[in-house]
Design a protein around this ligand. Structure first.
Ligand code: GLU
Length: 315
């Protein structure tokens, strides 16, 4: 196998993998890492790693190192130094102030329970995103505590083309309503932080799991409000277990075993519909990744929202 099978460098492509350091990688997160890596490297582009660590109570101390070790064992080597979101709080605050000055935000005093009990949410299932009913849009009652700052959304749909999931149209006022960018304790939220980080890291292609497809319209709305460019979006199939549940840290998905890196990579390539030949497992992780870069093809992934783990592999 030759050392470099990538296309001619197209330095304009910059991809990223942004794990939350809340637990070790599982097969679902390895698929997201590998998919974003192959997509960037196939185009001769850069691949960056960002620790999405602003949700501090959920962070597990030291797990960032475990995640990076797993990436290393699987020959997923990143460019530059690892970006820690928690070191960029002043950038989120600057973006927040820009939105505030533009009159795009409003203070909100609604509790989660009040929003959940509002009739607009009567048909929502547990775990579904709640719709904000617009209660404080025209002013928060003075006696209620400040619980969050919300970004106003428009009634016109946000349309975008996901490279894998096709044309999307999301009317934010109906799907989520005005959404939180910062809470009453001063903590900036994921949507704002991600948009600022993607801009700061000059990401051109966001490749991640399809569970985040529903966040994309909110992120595009933020990019528009902040005057940022829009990256290309590719949402990869979500990996599900044999019972059809998405693999997640919360559900205790099995951590990736670094000593089985070649086998793990072949399973991940299969879940990404790349049809690796069976004997690929006898190669080193670096050789398997090279095979993946060379053969990377998104066509078999088109409109595939999920992929099921083979019954024999751990979940
Ligand atoms: N940190 C998020 C996760 O682990 C991914 C965020 C993103 O890719 O935008 O699911």
């Amino acid at each position: 196998m030759t050392a470099n099978l990538t296309k001619a460098p197209a330095m304009s492509c910059r991809g990223r993998f942004a794990p939350s350091p809340t637990g070790p990688l599982h097969m679902g997160s390895l698929v997201a890492a590998l998919g974003s890596y192959l997509n960037a490297r196939h185009q001769g582009g850069n691949w960056l790693v960002r620790m999405d660590d602003i949700d501090t109570p959920r962070n597990v101390p030291g797990i960032d190192k475990t995640i990076l070790r797993t990436l290393d064992h699987h020959a997923l080597h990143w460019d530059g130094s690892v970006y820690y979101s928690s070191q960029h709080l002043e950038d989120y605050e600057a973006a927040f102030q820009t939105l505030k000055t533009a009159g795009a935000l409003f203070p909100c005093g609604c509790s989660r329970r009040e929003i959940s009990n509002h009739p607009v949410n009567s048909a929502r299932q547990p775990g579904q995103t709640l719709i904000y009913p617009g209660t404080c849009r025209d002013g928060k009652a003075k006696q209620t505590p400040l619980r969050s700052y919300r970004l106003r959304v428009a009634s016109s749909p946000i349309r975008f083309k996901d490279r894998l999931q096709g044309l999307q149209s999301d009317c934010l006022i109906n799907s989520v309503g005005d959404f939180v960018v910062k809470d009453g304790h001063g903590q900036h939220h994921y949507q704002l932080a991600t948009v600022v980080d993607d801009q700061r890291q000059q990401i051109t292609e966001v490749v991640r799991g399809a569970d985040l497809l529903a966040s994309t319209a909110r992120q595009i709305h933020l990019q528009t409000q902040l005057g940022y460019g829009r990256p290309v979006y590719l949402h990869l199939p979500v990996v599900k277990d044999a019972l059809g549940f998405k693999l997640s840290k919360q559900q205790g998905a099995t951590a990736i075993d670094d000593s089985q890196a070649s086998q793990n990579l072949v399973i991940a390539l299969t879940l990404l519909a790349q049809q690796p030949p069976g004997d690929l497992t006898s190669l080193t992780p670096a050789e398997i990744v090279q095979w993946g870069i060379y053969h990377w093809d998104t066509a078999p992934l088109m409109r595939m929202p999920s992929a099921a783990l083979p019954p024999t592999s751990a979940n």
